[in-house]
Design a protein around this ligand. Structure first.
Ligand SMILES: [Cu+2]
Length: 134
């Protein structure tokens, strides 16, 4: 009887461990994070051959925006955000850098959703794009 009891205890522990492991759901699946208003957003933007690599950037309203700007030209470029293509009201004007060089710009996106205008100030007609706030 004693022998039987001693065997039962380890078996119960083993079963508990196995059962416990089987119940472990494992690592949570990592969903793709969707930026929410006010959350930080990182954007990579390049300038090469007197052109931006995109003509549309989209961020949530009021988000903290970090633009990693890679100027691949041996020319002066920047990123600047304006209310409209009239470029009279600036939301953010990034420092002009001569490439090849990378700079990080940080600013807060406009609170009002809509279409804004971005450009390179030294090339205000050829390096332009739409900055969408939603
Ligand atoms: Cu430029």
């Amino acid at each position: 009887m004693m022998l039987q009891k001693r065997m039962m205890v380890p078996l119960a522990i083993v079963l508990a461990l196995v059962f416990g492991c089987a119940e472990d759901p494992g690592p949570d699946p990592t969903p793709t994070p969707t930026p929410q208003p006010g959350e930080p957003v990182t954007i990579e933007l390049s300038a090469q051959n007197q052109r931006f690599d995109t003509d549309t950037l989209t961020v949530p309203a009021g988000s903290e925006v970090m633009i990693v700007f890679n100027n691949m030209d041996a020319d002066a470029h920047n990123f600047a955000l304006y209310e409209s293509s009239a470029a009279t009201t600036a939301h953010f004007v990034g420092e002009i850098i001569t490439g090849p060089e990378t700079i990080v710009y940080e600013f807060t996106a406009p609170e009002s959703p809509g279409e804004y205008f971005f450009r390179c100030d030294p090339h205000p007609f050829t390096m332009t794009g739409t900055f969408i706030v939603n």
